[in-house]
Design a protein around this ligand. Structure first.
Ligand code: AMP
Length: 508
């Protein structure tokens, strides 16, 4: 082992040092050479600050191209990149720093004072700052280090990153991702999605999540492609960029927001070759509407922090709305009975389990949790799904979102599909909340379509009569202006369950 497994592959894919890697919002650009040089200087700085191979580098900063260089620098130094959601409060950061014990914490300049106090309290030896423009003590200090760095040798099993999972319930867990996990997955996706040097990606996802960091950035780097690098997704700007771009990777809300724009036309999207969606379910209706408006079939894929990407609809071949396609090369996927663990045949709903070079080594410092998430060498995703007759995987929802009412299983996605088809409904979320007779009561939370007044609980229940078995029909229907979502567009059903937890409680 004399090479740095991930970085050697990235370095050898650089088309030429002058090739533009990131096209920035102010019209300027940054080349591969500039990013690699800054990553070398930063790697030198990390070593000088005492970061050793295997040490964690925790990072909670705004998106910027120097932050990208910091990710590469950490990998080059053989250390472990630990990006944190910028929305986390200092109190939440306390947990991550305490759990991961990083050798260095890079924070936003405005948080520096509190971060230093926290670091002193938790024994984190070093704090540096980086702002949205890429300035701060980190890049100031890096300027004094050489433009070359002797990359630390790392094998496929060495850790490259720890990403804490959203952790909507219980303690957040740090998924340990190795060089081999990241490289194998990026290579598989590059092949499947036909990425080349000619590609220009619209990158408007955050850099602290697997989607924006590993799916998007690693594919671009391994293809020698370029990207429009934007701090936030602005649908109007995205449309304006499309005549110079080839691909967009987004969460489903990107696509619903694009559909709200009159500028989304066949002409505006003619230069684009690929629209990818993931991180949350894309409504079939969104897929259809996008196709009607642009003639592009959005390619939906499925993955998670712990496994990188697992499945994808085909590049060539039919991209079926409401499905997430086939296992990626090297990934084995099976559906099992959540009760007995026995493998289930196609057509039956069960737990999605995956195995392959993409799957995490486990959760940081949680050996028992890690052991309980593996089943005969397969990682238990926690998602319920079904493989249809053509071999496409359909995700039915998170296992913990399954509603068990009167002993019957109700899959929220089926009920949501029926509700969404009712006139005047924009979208819905179906949850189970404690019910004195049934254990859980099926409960629907509906966002009415814009301008569609007058939808009532009675009308929704009537529309579902005869379309769903009685036990699947919601016992109550509530209307809200919007569903609670996290930064990746996922509906936070735990928040809904909490809000409605007392509705069936018998009055004393
Ligand atoms: P995260 O670890 O934040 O990436 O979340 C992973 C979870 O997001 C998965 O376990 C799924 O529940 C969900 N997810 C990701 N992609 C899709 C998709 N295309 N369709 C449905 N759910 C998805």
């Amino acid at each position: 082992m004399s090479q740095n497994h991930l970085f050697a592959a990235i370095r050898s894919a650089v088309p030429s040092p002058g090739k533009k890697l990131a096209l920035l919002a102010d019209g300027s650009s940054v080349s591969y050479g500039e990013v690699l040089t800054l990553s070398a200087r930063l790697a030198g700085l990390l070593v000088a600050r005492g970061v050793r191979p295997g040490d964690r580098v925790a990072v909670q900063v705004e998106k910027s191209w120097p932050c990208l260089a910091l990710y590469l620098a950490t990998v080059r130094a053989g250390a472990v990149y630990l990006p944190l959601n910028t929305a986390y409060t200092l109190n939440e950061v306390r947990y991550f720093l305490g759990d991961a014990e990083p050798a260095l914490f890079v924070c936003r300049p405005e948080n520096a004072v509190e971060a230093r106090v926290l670091a002193a309290e938790l024994g984190v030896p070093c704090v540096e700052t980086l702002d949205a423009e890429g300035s701060g003590s980190l890049t100031d200090a890096a300027a004094a280090f050489p433009p070359d760095f002797d990359d630390v040798a790392c094998g496929p099993d060495d850790l490259a990153a720890i990403l804490y999972t959203s952790g909507t319930t219980g303690r957040a867990k740090g998924a340990m991702l190795s060089h081999g996990n990241l490289l194998s997955n990026a290579r598989a996706l590059k092949e499947c999605w036909r990425f080349t040097e000619a590609d220009v990606l619209i990158h408007a996802l955050p850099l602290f999540h697997t989607h924006g960091l590993f799916v998007a950035v690693n594919i671009v780097l391994l293809s020698g492609a370029s990207m429009f690098f934007r701090a936030k997704f602005d649908p109007r700007e995205a449309i304006a960029l499309m005549d110079r771009a080839t691909c967009l990777m987004g969460v489903p809300t990107f696509y619903t927001r694009l559909l709200d724009q009159p500028g989304l036309t066949p002409a505006a999207t003619a230069h684009m070759r690929l629209f990818v969606s993931g991180s949350a379910p894309l409504l079939e209706e969104t897929h259809r509407a996008f196709r009607e408006r642009t003639s592009h079939a959005i390619l939906e894929r499925y993955g998670m922090t712990e496994t990188c990407m697992n499945t994808s609809n085909p590049y060539e071949g039919e991209r079926i709305a409401g499905t997430v396609g086939f296992p990626l090369p090297g990934v084995t996927l099976r559906i099992t009975d959540p009760g007995t663990g026995a493998a289930l045949p196609h057509g039956e709903i069960g737990m999605v389990e995956v195995k392959g070079p993409n799957v995490t080594k486990g959760y940081w410092r949680m050996p028992e949790k890690t052991a309980s998430e593996f089943h005969d060498g397969f990682f238990v995703t926690g998602d319920l799904g079904m493989i249809d007759a053509r071999g496409y995987l359909n995700i039915v929802g998170r296992g913990k979102d399954l509603v068990i009412t009167g002993g019957f299983n109700v899959y929220p996605k089926e009920i949501e599909g029926e509700i969404d088809a009712i006139d005047g409904v924009a979208e819905s979320a179906v949850i189970g909340v404690p019910h004195p007779d049934f254990g859980e009561g099926v409960t629907a939370v509906i966002v009415p379509a814009k301008g569609a007044g007058g939808l009532t609980e009675q009308a929704v229940l009537q529309a579902l009569e005869g379309r769903l078995a009685k036990f699947k029909q919601p016992k109550r229907v509530f209307f809200v202006e919007e569903l609670p979502r996290n930064t990746m567009g996922k509906v936070q059903k735990n928040i809904l369950r909490d809000s409605y937890k007392d509705i069936y409680r018998r009055s004393a």
